[in-house]
Structures are given as C-alpha cells and as structure tokens.
Write a protein that binds this ligand. Structure first.
Ligand code: 5RP
Length: 233
C-alpha cells in the first residue's frame, strides 16, 4: 500500500500529461499542488509560465524558475491543477484547508479545464465531514459567524490571515444536501468573500491516487464518469 505522500506524488506526475508546451497554466495551493509544482520544475517541458493561486505557491514556482503571470494579464488558462479537501461523485469539492480558496476559485474560473489531483482519502460519498472554510472581511466576522450558525458550527481559524488580509471561519458539522445551493446561499451573506464549496465550478477531471495506481475520471454531462484508466502504480 502506497503512503498518502506517494499518492500525492503519483497524481502530480500524472497531471503532467495535461500540461502543454508553451502554455500558461493555473496552479493551486497545498501539499499536493506542491508536488505538482516540483514536477513542473523537474520537467523538460517548457511552459510559458503560471498563474499562482497563493503567495506560497508563487514562491515555490519562482524557486523552480517558472515565470509568474498576473491573472489580469491573462485572458484564458488551458488548465488549472489543484488539490481538494473533499471531492464527491459529481466532482463538487470542499477546498480551502490551506486558506487559499478565494484566489483558487478565481484562477479556476478562468481555466478551461480544472484538473483535481488528490489522494484516495479525499474522495467522499457526501461533502461536509471536512469543515467548510469561509473567507470573511474582518469587520464582518461576528455577524457572519451568527449567520453561519444556521448551517453548522462555525469556528474562527485563530491567528490566520489569508493572502487577501481576511479571516477564515471553518464551519463544522454541516449537512450538505445541495452543494450548489449552499455555495450560493453562503456567498450571499454580507461580508463573505468566498466559501470553499466548489460546486458551481467543480472539477472536470479527477486524478485519484489509490493503492492500485492513479485512477483518471472525467466529468460527463450527466455527472462523473469513471474511465477507470490506471496511469501508473
Ligand atoms: C488550499 C486547498 C488545498 O487544495 C486543499 O486544502 C488540499 O490540500 P492538500 O493537497 O495539502 O491536501 O484548497 O486552500
């Protein structure tokens, strides 16, 4: 049985087959995204550069000599590669464990294809066991906490500020029946910048690291379609 870290490295390697020479790509944040950045750095493939979803990933990309682009200077991105905290059969996700959810959602919105790279522990039947991160403008913290208490148990992520200078509230014990509806409802609370539900714009491709290798699934019009192609062990 491969360790979780090896699953992460395996999906990061597998994601390289979606990267085209000469393109600008979107890059996510987290330990799995770090593995992907390291693969980019090792690869002989010459990409034009990357748009980063966080300062953390930007630093790692720069360390590998990969040119960074401001999203405002880029019209489209062929792919966005990122991890997830949870992903369901519809390819809706909870993201933001690392607090980069807002920039992740923005960069993902510009990309044509969202490639989610994750180890098998991230695949869930139902979203919500992982606390939902909500980025909040600091003066709205108390109000938003009261509003979020309708849905679950909100807790302020103490001592944490996002790259945008905001706070994160993690909502525990959520019961998510309709991820897209909840994403919209939480976004409508005044003071909320973004929430970590990625349902309106979920992933298009999932590369899941399992003990049997990397399983590739692509989203079809009727939901997730598992091609069950195994790339590597
Ligand atoms: C960061 C994220 C990450 O994609 C998510 O937390 C998964 O991280 P990891 O790859 O370390 O498990 O959304 O904001």
């Amino acid at each position: 049985m491969l360790a979780q870290d090896e699953f992460k490295r395996a999906v990061a390697r597998a994601a390289m087959r979606f990267v085209q020479e000469g393109e600008i790509i979107g890059v996510g944040t987290g330990s799995t995204a770090d593995c992907f950045i390291d693969e980019l750095g090792r690869s002989k493939l010459q990409i034009a550069g990357a748009v980063s979803s966080s300062k953390r990933s930007a630093t790692r990309l720069a360390h590998h000599g990969i040119q960074l682009f401001d999203l405002n200077d880029v019209e489209t991105l062929s792919i966005y590669v990122d991890g997830a905290d949870e992903i369901d059969a519809e390819f809706s996700m909870i993201k933001g464990g690392g607090g980069a959810l807002t920039r992740e959602k923005i960069v993902a919105a510009v990309a044509q294809t969202f490639v989610c790279i994750a180890d098998a522990s991230k695949k869930v039947e139902r979203l919500g066991r992982f606390p939902l991160p909500v980025e909040v403008v600091p003066i709205a913290r108390a109000y938003v906490m009261r509003e979020l208490a309708r849905y679950g148990a909100p807790r302020l992520r103490a001592g944490f500020a996002t790259d945008n200078g905001n706070s994160i509230i993690d909502v525990h014990d959520l019961k998510i029946d309709d991820a897209r509806a909840l994403e919209e409802r939480i976004d409508r609370i005044a003071g909320v910048v973004t929430n970590g539900l990625f349902a309106a714009r979920g992933a298009d491709v999932l590369l899941l690291g399992t003990a049997n290798g990397v399983v590739v699934s692509k989203k079809s019009a009727v939901g997730a379609m598992d091609e069950s192609s195994r790339l590597e062990r």
